[in-house]
Structures are given as structure tokens and as C-alpha cells.
Design a protein around this ligand. Structure first.
Ligand code: GLU
Length: 516
């Protein structure tokens, strides 16, 4: 493999549905890889089998596919570094943990869960938090504190053990983060992390490093919750002799709640009515269903565009970016250090913008399906009619699935009318004008928008009304509503006979409800 090739991975744990923050991590990695002609890899980090959730891995793969984030190597697609599921790579990791034991940078620890709990309790009583490290390790049951002969006996007897990283006492640990720049940590703040668990499975700390090196990863993008562990990771690279092969880390800021206070959670979505997951998810245990962007009717382009801007900006005023545009413009220099506040209105705005840019034929296709599903499809409708409806509705909706509701009057005559507008605009004797409109419309075949406008304006002039006095009334009479799609094209679409019929129906309603 080309040693200079840019390679990034997305390494989720299959513990549930992928949060939109996770999709953003995948997106930034994908954009960077593509921009630099590199590879994008999906690796499933399933070493913690107690947290495994059935269906989660499939969900992750489908969510990436829906978003247009294409993986080059994955459990599904395979690749030169297969397997891409850590549980299937179990035999690989032990030797690296042992290498660190042999060089004195890791050790065996035999502490039971109860012993660890007791240590935590003891520290808690002194209002301290227990940290397994240089200050405490000599009081614990491990190969550094115990006589060598005991360690050997316990190992031979098959006593369960973990392997822990031996963190040095007073060392400065430094590295450069692609987003946060030069960082420096004191080793005293780092604990002796478990590298290999008693079941022989590696922890994340060891597994991701071994895999990133073996899979020739050049940049590791992950959430900032991993920043406190980064110094331990730098030490592991050093102790395994891999400092030069260490990928560049980029720790992404959090996605924040709409009010800017705290991490965006599933509960915020439930409470405030927006999805936090790309796709719908049904919890296999509780059966609880959480909605997704896809099911809400978002276009993947809009979802990706919105997500890219949660924490990044191009440095220009441009806001609408296709995946190709994002690839061309993405860089870590323009990723913000501060958390990104989620804005539901803005998410809707992105969808609206993408909807306005779609060919009307796409919307027409969806509208036809909506009509059929609602049992509103009529024999006299044809594709040209649906296409014209879609064109009229396009500037007025934010989602395709709003078309039928927003434009209901294009398909069914109103049975209620905006009476407030009628009372406001009605004038004694004005019904004569609308009677005349109805009569002429009923006799006009092949009405088009220009004709509708001419007939209407001419009749208004003949009856001494300015168009402004009668336009909104006409709209209410034809559609029931005070605003909506352009009036004359709407009348043309409905046809003269229908407009005439609706006008007369409205006049009957008005004569019944008003004394004018
Ligand atoms: N499995 C880790 C997680 O889901 C991956 C972090 C990383 O990308 O290194 O948070």
C-alpha cells in the first residue's frame, strides 16, 4: 500500500442508533479522505460485548449509505485489512499488550471488582476520586506491587488478570491536535488504563491504536470526549515504538442543545420535536421508536449540508454545499474549537433550500404517490397536471411530504372558507361581480393563467372594482384559504368549470353566513 496515502476511519461502537454527532464525525473524515484522494474505512469497535445491541451495526451502515458517505473498506465491503470488526480481530491484540509488559510499560493486575470498589469507596470517604495510577498502584494487587513469585504462581494458576498501562510519574505528554493545536498534559492526570481485559479482549485504548497502525490510518477524527484519554494513547504509541506511525488526531467539539447548554441528547429531540438520529430506530428491547431525519422527510443532501455546518464553515458566505462542494472546501482549520449549537429552524431551512433546487419532476413523483396513498388520485389527473401542481407548490413547502396538505385545495374543493377575510373584504353588492366571474368561468374551456387573469381583471373593471379589492376574496372562494399558490395559475389548473362551481358554492356559504 502507498505509505503516503491519506486514510481515515470511522470507528463506531454498535451500542445503539448512530447519533447525528457520530454521522458528523464520519462525514468530516470522509470529506478529508476524499479531498486528499484517500480512503475512508468503517471499522466496528465491538470489543465491549456487554454493550452490544443487535441491529446497531446494520443501522450504522445504512445511515452512512443514506447520507452519501461512501466507505471503501468495511465489514460488508471487505478490504486489504479485513476483518474490520474488532471482535473478529481478537487474536491480534494480545501480543502488543505482552510487548508492553515485557518492556516494563505495562503490568498484570489481579484486582477483583470488589477490591476496586473498596478502593473507590475509601477514596470517596476522603472526598477523592480513586485513580489507578502511580500514587495508588503499589497498594493494589498487581505485578508491580506483589513479589514476583506470587505473580508467577497466580499466572500459572490461571488467576484472572487485566493488563494495565504503566503511566510514568512526572512526564509532560505533548501532541498537536488538528483542531486544538499544540496540547500538553501532565502524566499525573493520566490513569493506568486497562489495555487487555480478563476475557482477552482489548479495551478501546489498545484496540484502536493497534488497528489504526495496522490499517495505516493517517488521521483519527473523534469526539472530544476522548481528549482526556489522548495522553494515555500517546504513551501507548511511544511504548510500542510507533510514534512515527501515529495518526494525527482531530478532536471534534460537541453538538450542543439548542439553548447552547450541554450535549445534544435524544431526550432534547423528543422534547423539542426534532430527530437526533439519521434514520428511524426501534429499540430492540423496549420497542421504543425514535424518529429519523430520513423518515421526517429530510433530503440526505440537506441533512449532510446542515451537519457539515455544525462546527465548520467555509470562510465565505456560501451556505448551500453539495457533497462535492464540501469535499472541495473542507479543512480542519475551519472546524471550530467551541461546541456547535443545534438549530432546528436552520435544519428545516436547509431542507427548504434543497427542495427549491430540485427538478419539479422529483416533487411531482412524490406528490403523485401521496395522492394515490390518500385515495385522492382521480382518473382525470395526468402527469402534466401533477407536474404543474408540484411547480406551484414548490416555493411554498419545506418538505415534499407537506405538498398534499399545503395544496389540498388543488385536489378537493373547500368545505370551509376563511370567514375573517370574507368579512373584512366583503362589500354590499360585490356578489354580482363574483356571479359574473362564475358564469364566465363555467363557460371557458382550456383556461390558462393569462386568460384567467385577463377575464378576472376585465370583469373587475366592468364592475368598478380595483383588482386589490377582489383578488383575495377570489382566492378564499376558490381555495378556502387567504394565501397559497399563485391565484391565476391555480384557477387555470382547476379549470373554468371547477372555478365556476367553487365560486358559486362559496357565494351560497357567504349568503348563509352574512347579512350583507
Ligand atoms: N469506538 C469509539 C467511539 O465510538 C471510537 C472513537 C474513535 O473514533 O477513535 O467513540
Amino acid at each position: 500500500m502507498n505509505p503516503n496515502k491519506t486514510r481515515l476511519r470511522f470507528a463506531p461502537s454498535p451500542t445503539g442508533p448512530l447519533h447525528m454527532g457520530g454521522v458528523r464525525t464520519a462525514l468530516y473524515s470522509f470529506l478529508y479522505a476524499r479531498k486528499h484522494g484517500g480512503d475512508f474505512i468503517l471499522r466496528i469497535e465491538d470489543t465491549d460485548q456487554t454493550r452490544f445491541v443487535p441491529g446497531a451495526e446494520e443501522y450504522i451502515a445504512e445511515a452512512l449509505k443514506w447520507a452519501g458517505i461512501v466507505v471503501d473498506e468495511s465489514p460488508e465491503a471487505g478490504g486489504p485489512h479485513a476483518p474490520y470488526r474488532q471482535s473478529e480481530r481478537k487474536p491480534i491484540y494480545g501480543k502488543y499488550a505482552m510487548q508492553m509488559v515485557e518492556s516494563g510499560h505495562a503490568y498484570y493486575a489481579f484486582d477483583t471488582a470488589e477490591e476496586l470498589e473498596a478502593a473507590r469507596k475509601k477514596a470517596g470517604m476522603n472526598k477523592e476520586t480513586f485513580s489507578y495510577g502511580p500514587a495508588t498502584r503499589m497498594e493494589m494487587n498487581n505485578s508491580l506491587a506483589l513479589p514476583e513469585s506470587i505473580t508467577e504462581t497466580w499466572l500459572t494458576d490461571g488467576m484472572p488478570y487485566v493488563i494495565r498501562l504503566r503511566v510514568p510519574e512526572n512526564e509532560k505528554i505533548e501532541f498537536t491536535d488538528l483542531i486544538r493545536g499544540d496540547l500538553s498534559f501532565e502524566s499525573v492526570l493520566v490513569d493506568d488504563k486497562v489495555l487487555l481485559k480478563s476475557d482477552g479482549m482489548p479495551t478501546y485504548h489498545l484496540a484502536h491504536i493497534v488497528d489504526d497502525v495496522l490499517m495505516e490510518i493517517t488521521h483519527a477524527v473523534r469526539g472530544e470526549e476522548w481528549l482526556p484519554s489522548a495522553p494515555a494513547h500517546i504513551l501507548i504509541y511511544k511504548y510500542l515504538g510507533w510514534h512515527a506511525r501515529m495518526p494525527q488526531y482531530a478532536h471534534l467539539p460537541l453538538l450542543l442543545k439548542p439553548d447552547g447548554h450541554g450535549k445534544l441528547s435524544k431526550r432534547d429531540g423528543d422534547k423539542l420535536g426534532f430527530p437526533v438520529f439519521p434514520l428511524e430506530w426501534k429499540d430492540p428491547q423496549s420497542g421504543e421508536v425514535s424518529t429519523g431525519y430520513r423518515e421526517k422527510g429530510y433530503y440526505p443532501e440537506a441533512f449532510v449540508n446542515m451537519l457539515a455546518f455544525l462546527g465548520w464553515n467555509p470562510g465565505t458566505e456560501q451556505e448551500i454545499f453539495s457533497m462535492e462542494d464540501l469535499i472541495a472546501n473542507f479543512s480542519f482549520e475551519h472546524v471550530h474549537k467551541a461546541g456547535a449549537r443545534f438549530d432546528h429552524e436552520k435544519a428545516i431551512w436547509y431542507n427548504e433550500q434543497w427542495l427549491h433546487r430540485k427538478p419539479a419532476a422529483i416533487l411531482a413523483h412524490s406528490l403523485k404517490a401521496q395522492l394515490q396513498e390518500a385515495g385522492l388520485w382521480k382518473a382525470l389527473y395526468d402527469d402534466a397536471f401533477v407536474q404543474q401542481c408540484a411547480e406551484l407548490l414548490q416555493p411554498r413547502v419545506q418538505f415534499e411530504n407537506q405538498m398534499l396538505d399545503t395544496g389540498s385545495y388543488l385536489f378537493t374543493a373547500p368545505t370551509t372558507w376563511d370567514d375573517a377575510i370574507i368579512s373584512k373584504k366583503w362589500k354590499p353588492g360585490i356578489e354580482k361581480f363574483f356571479d359574473a366571474v362564475a358564469e364566465i368561468m363555467k363557460k371557458t374551456d382550456n383556461l390558462d393563467g393569462t386568460m384567467a387573469e385577463e377575464i378576472f381583471k376585465q370583469l373587475a373593471a366592468e364592475h368598478n372594482y380595483k383588482p386589490g379589492e377582489v383578488l383575495q376574496l377570489m382566492r378564499v372562494m376558490v381555495s378556502g384559504q387567504s394565501s397559497g399558490v399563485d391565484l391565476f395559475p391555480m384557477m387555470a389548473l382547476l379549470g373554468g368549470a371547477e372555478v365556476g362551481k367553487r365560486t358559486q358554492l362559496a357565494l351560497q356559504h357567504i349568503s348563509k353566513t352574512t347579512n350583507k
